[in-house]
Write a protein that binds this ligand. Structure first.
Ligand SMILES: CC(C)(COP(=O)(O)OP(=O)(O)OC[C@H]1O[C@@H](n2cnc3c(N)ncnc32)[C@H](O)[C@@H]1OP(=O)(O)O)[C@@H](O)C(=O)NCCC(=O)NCCS
Length: 429
C-alpha cells in the first residue's frame, strides 16, 4: 500500500476544478528539497506558525517526507514558489471495536492561503483525497480538525470525543489504590524505543486510536525542535514490578508568582494497564510545589474524579469531538469491527459524494456483521456522516435523531453500534 498511495496520480476531477480557477494542483516531490521546504512553509503558515528554524525545518522534512504531499500553486504570482494550498495524507491503521486495526486514509495539513480562501481549493483537495483513497480500496478516511464546522460536508462524522481537565491538587487527596511498580525520570533519547512500543499498545488497546508513527509518536515522548517549552519538558516512566514498561507521562511545569502553586501542563499520558494509569495520576496529583494539573485529549470515561477525595476538585472543563471518520466502503467498514449485541437493521445511507450510499441489510451474529444491499424498507435513514459518528461505538444515534439527522429506529441503531468502553483518540494528527 505504501508505494501505491504515494505514487497514485493526482485526481483528474480536482485537477480540472483547480485549473478552472487558474491554479495548478500537483503532487510534491518531497526529495526536491526546495519544493518541499516551500510546501512546509505554506503548511506552517496555514496554521499560524512562525518561520521554522533550520533545525526544525530539517526535522519536519525528515518526519513528513514519506506522506503523500499535495499542493495547489498560483503560477500567476510573480516569483511565487510557496503553494497556496496544502494537504498531506498517509494510510494509518485505526483501531476499531473488537481490536482490529483497519487501514484508514489519514488526512492532515489542510491549509489554504488566506489570499486564496473560499474559491473551492479545500473542496478540490478533499475531493482528491477521498476519491484517491476510494480508488485504492481504503475503507475509511480520518482526520482531526481545527474547526468542527468544516468536514461534515465531505461526509465525515465526529466519532470520538475528548475531555479536558483541571485538577486543584491542593484540594484533593488520593483515594485510589496503591500500586506496586516503579516510577522514574527518564529522557526522550533514552526512552524513545520503549515509548514508541508503549504508544503502540495504547493504540491497539482502544477503539478510536490511530497508529502513531514517526513524528506523531515522538512528539508525545519529547518536544520537537523549536518547541519554546523544550527545556521544561519532564518525562516520567512507569514500569511494573516485574520491570515491564507500562506507561509514561510527559509534562511541563509553568511558573507561578507563588512558588508553592506551580501549574503542571500534561502533554501526554500513556498507560497500557490500570496500574500504570493510577500510578501516573497519583504521581501528578501529589507533586510538591504544584497547585493545578491541566490535561486534555483524555477519553469521556476518564476515571479521575473517582481517584480523588473531592470529586469537584477534578473539574471537567471541556468535552469536544475529536476524531472525524468518513466511511468510504460501507460493507468493508461495518464488517471490520465487532459488536456487543446481535441484531439486524436495514440502513438507508445517503452519501452526496457517491462512495458509500445505498440501502444495506446489516446482520450481526456472534458479534460479527454481514452486510448486503437490499430493496427492503429501511429501519433507519441517515447520512454517511452520521454513520461515521456512530461507527466507533459512541452512542450518539438518539441525539442525531433528536436533531433530525437520523430517521427511524435510533434506539436500535445505538444498541447495535454502541460499545461499553467508549472510543477515544488521545493525540492529534
Ligand atoms: C479551512 C480552509 C482549509 C478552507 O479552505 P477554502 O479553500 O477557503 O475552502 P473552500 O473554498 O473549498 O470551501 C468549501 C466549503 O467549505 C466552507 N468552509 C471552508 N472553510 C470553512 C470554515 N473555516 N468554516 C466554515 N465553513 C467553511 C465554505 O464556505 C464552502 O462551503 P459550501 O460547501 O457551502 O460552498 C482554510 O480556511 C484554512 O486554511 N484555514 C486555516 C487552516 C485550517 O484550519 N485548516 C483546517 C485544518 S483541519
Amino acid at each position: 500500500m505504501t508505494e501505491t498511495y504515494l505514487t497514485q496520480p493526482i485526481d483528474d476531477e480536482s485537477a480540472r476544478a483547480i485549473a478552472d480557477e487558474g491554479l495548478r494542483l500537483s503532487l510534491v516531490d518531497t526529495s526536491d528539497q526546495a519544493a518541499f521546504d516551500q510546501w512546509l512553509f505554506a503548511d506552517f503558515r496555514g496554521f499560524l506558525g512562525g518561520r521554522l528554524s533550520e533545525d526544525a525545518l530539517a526535522e519536519a522534512r525528515e518526519y513528513l517526507s514519506d506522506n503523500r504531499t499535495t499542493a495547489v500553486y498560483d503560477d500567476a504570482i510573480p516569483s511565487a514558489a510557496a503553494p497556496v494550498g496544502t494537504v498531506s495524507s498517509w494510510v494509518a491503521p485505526l483501531t476499531v471495536p473488537g481490536g482490529a486495526a483497519v487501514d484508514s486514509w489519514a488526512i492532515s495539513s489542510v491549509t489554504v492561503a488566506p489570499t486564496h480562501r473560499r474559491r473551492g481549493i479545500a473542496r478540490a483537495l478533499l475531493g482528491a483525497e477521498l476519491r484517491t483513497a476510494h480508488a485504492l480500496g481504503v475503507p475509511l478516511a480520518v482526520l482531526t480538525v481545527s474547526e468542527s464546522v468544516i468536514y461534515g460536508r465531505w461526509g465525515f462524522g465526529p466519532a470520538t470525543w475528548a475531555t479536558e481537565w483541571r485538577v486543584d491538587t491542593k484540594r484533593v487527596n488520593w483515594v485510589g489504590p496503591a500500586t506496586t511498580g516503579r516510577l522514574s525520570f527518564t529522557e526522550p533519547e533514552e526512552y524513545r524505543e520503549i515509548g514508541r512500543a508503549v504508544i503502540d499498545k495504547v493504540v491497539a488497546g482502544r477503539a478510536g486510536e490511530v497508529a502513531a508513527a514517526g513524528v506523531l509518536a515522538d512528539r508525545l515522548i519529547g518536544p520537537l525542535k523549536g518547541n519554546p517549552d523544550a527545556a521544561k519538558y519532564r518525562l516520567v516512566r512507569y514500569d511494573s514490578r516485574a520491570g515491564e514498561p507500562e506507561g509514561f507521562v510527559n509534562y511541563v511545569v509553568k511558573d507561578s508568582d507563588d512558588f508553592t502553586r506551580h501549574i503542571v501542563d500534561v502533554t501526554y499520558l500513556a498507560a497500557t494497564t490500570d496500574e500504570a494509569l493510577t500510578a501516573l495520576w497519583r504521581f501528578l496529583l501529589e507533586l510538591d510545589l504544584v497547585a493545578e494539573v491541566h490535561i486534555d485529549t483524555r477519553g469521556v470515561d476518564e476515571p479521575l474524579p473517582f481517584l480523588v477525595s473531592d470529586i469537584r476538585g477534578a473539574r471537567l472543563v471541556s468535552q469536544q469531538e475529536h476524531l472525524w471518520v468518513r466511511i468510504l466502503d460501507l460493507p468493508a467498514a461495518l464488517a471490520a469491527r465487532r459488536y456487543e449485541h446481535d441484531g439486524e437493521l436495514v440502513l438507508d445511507v445517503v452519501d452526496d459524494l457517491g462512495f458509500a450510499g445505498g440501502r444495506y441489510r446489516m446482520r450481526v451474529s456472534g458479534g460479527e456483521a454481514s452486510v448486503e444491499t437490499t430493496e427492503a424498507p429501511a429501519d433507519v435513514t441517515l447520512s454517511v456522516s452520521s454513520l461515521g459518528a456512530l461507527y466507533l461505538g459512541h452512542d450518539t444515534a438518539r441525539h442525531l435523531a433528536l436533531s433530525g439527522r437520523i430517521d427511524g429506529d435510533a434506539v436500535a441503531l445505538d444498541r447495535l453500534f454502541r460499545t461499553s468502553v467508549p472510543p477515544r483518540l488521545s493525540m492529534w494528527f
